[in-house]
Write a protein that binds this ligand. Structure first.
Ligand SMILES: C[S@@+](CC[C@H](N)C(=O)[O-])C[C@H]1O[C@@H](n2cnc3c(N)ncnc32)[C@H](O)[C@@H]1O
Length: 348
């Protein structure tokens, strides 16, 4: 399968899940063969990760592995394609300046699309902290026949990189579920202000909400992303929204970070906290508090909970066992390991 056939399958909204998986597997197989980088989830191997001030830049093998988080890759690639076409209509006479921050070794969210545009239409900057990833994308550009396209690689930290001139599109996916560990928030806060008016930042919105849910039951129902049962009906289980604890909208991210404060014991640098109250309910003993992530990539392209690794729920162990009426201060902590922090304020 060549790169254009791969992108045809991914963009075709009638493609079956199996066809989409085959297309992404073929993409990864070609990329691995050309670059000699093998995808590896590396959950226990931190050795080649870079621990930066604003979060972890995962190593090239782990970044390559993101490609086979299938639904994530499909929804992002379709969203990026839709955004480029929307921007072409907005800026018909100018080559679009596109920064892909954290491109990883395979440039998964953009490389499959390059062949759909002529050489003069786009000016692309592929940025990553890891030189090995940039060397890898250069090999891919040559092998896929994209040498005539205006593509530059940039070795930089996306949390403080300053682009010369204004950008039309920024693409950044440096996150795990619940915005934990990787620097998505800090990257967005730095890069979104560098867009031109009516430019687009991808993803356009990320919401993290605290809910009460029976996670064991949900895992059984949704664990394989099969939200539809054999009768074509959407499976469901009761879930109770407690509060949205963080919303990352690119236009607001810079101000949110400016307003971030060091907490009273001086240990954390955190965004404005949310106070949540655990509802009093009869069946609370069978429920868990968990953080659920939803991502609007662009327009109608959304990733909902359980649809990808980055939108799986994260159990809030700190709140177990749940007790109705308890209040918690929930804050998103920036810094070298971004994550949510929970502080119990009182009993009932
Ligand atoms: C989750 S991977 C995603 C890879 C690829 N964009 C994809 O979506 O398949 C995140 C990538 O961002 C890079 N990255 C993370 N933080 C970064 C930073 N502060 N500056 C530059 N690159 C960073 C990592 O090195 C890694 O390649």
């Amino acid at each position: 399968m060549n790169i254009n056939a791969i992108s045809d399958t991914i963009l075709d909204e009638t493609s079956s899940p199996e066809a989409l998986r085959e297309a992404l597997d073929a993409f990864v197989a070609s990329c691995s063969e050309i670059t000699n980088i093998r995808p590896d989830p590396s959950f226990d191997a931190w050795a080649e990760d870079s621990l930066l001030d604003n979060g972890v830049a995962i190593n090239p093998q782990a970044a390559a592995h993101c490609a086979i988080d299938y639904q994530r890759s499909v929804v992002f690639i379709r969203g990026v394609y839709a955004a480029i076409n929307a921007l072409k209509a907005r800026f018909p006479d100018t080559p679009l300046e596109i920064l892909y921050a954290g491109c990883g070794p395979f440039g998964t969210l953009l490389l499959p699309l390059l062949g759909r545009f002529s050489a003069g239409e786009l000016k692309v900057y592929l940025l990553d902290f890891h030189q090995r990833s940039l060397d890898s994308v250069k090999l891919l550009l040559a092998d896929f026949g994209f040498c005539a396209h205006a593509v530059q690689t940039v070795k930089a930290n996306a949390c403080d990189y300053k682009h010369t001139g204004k950008l039309h599109l920024v693409i950044a996916e440096a996150m795990q579920k619940s915005l934990e560990q990787e620097p998505q928030f800090a990257v967005t806060a730095n890069l979104a202000p560098q867009l031109c008016p009516t430019g687009v930042f991808i993803p356009q919105r990320i919401d993290v909400s605290m809910c009460l849910a029976d996670l064991e039951q949900e895992k059984e129902l949704f664990g394989q992303s099969q939200k539809i049962d054999s009768n074509g009906l959407e499976k469901s289980t009761p879930r109770y929204l407690v509060e949205t604890v963080c919303t990352l909208i690119p236009e607001h991210a810079f101000d949110q970070v400016q307003l971030a404060q060091t907490n009273s014991d001086g240990l954390r640098f955190e965004l404005e906290p949310t106070i949540v109250v655990i509802p009093t309910m009869a069946d609370i003993a069978g429920l868990d508090a968990a953080l659920f992530t939803r991502i609007c990539v662009f327009g109608r392209y959304w990733l909902k909970d359980y649809e990808s690794q980055i939108t799986l729920p994260l159990k809030c162990h700190e709140l177990s066992p749940l007790a109705g009426g308890e209040r918690y201060r929930v804050s998103y902590q920036l810094g070298s390991y971004p994550k949510f922090h929970f502080e119990r304020l009182n009993s009932k």
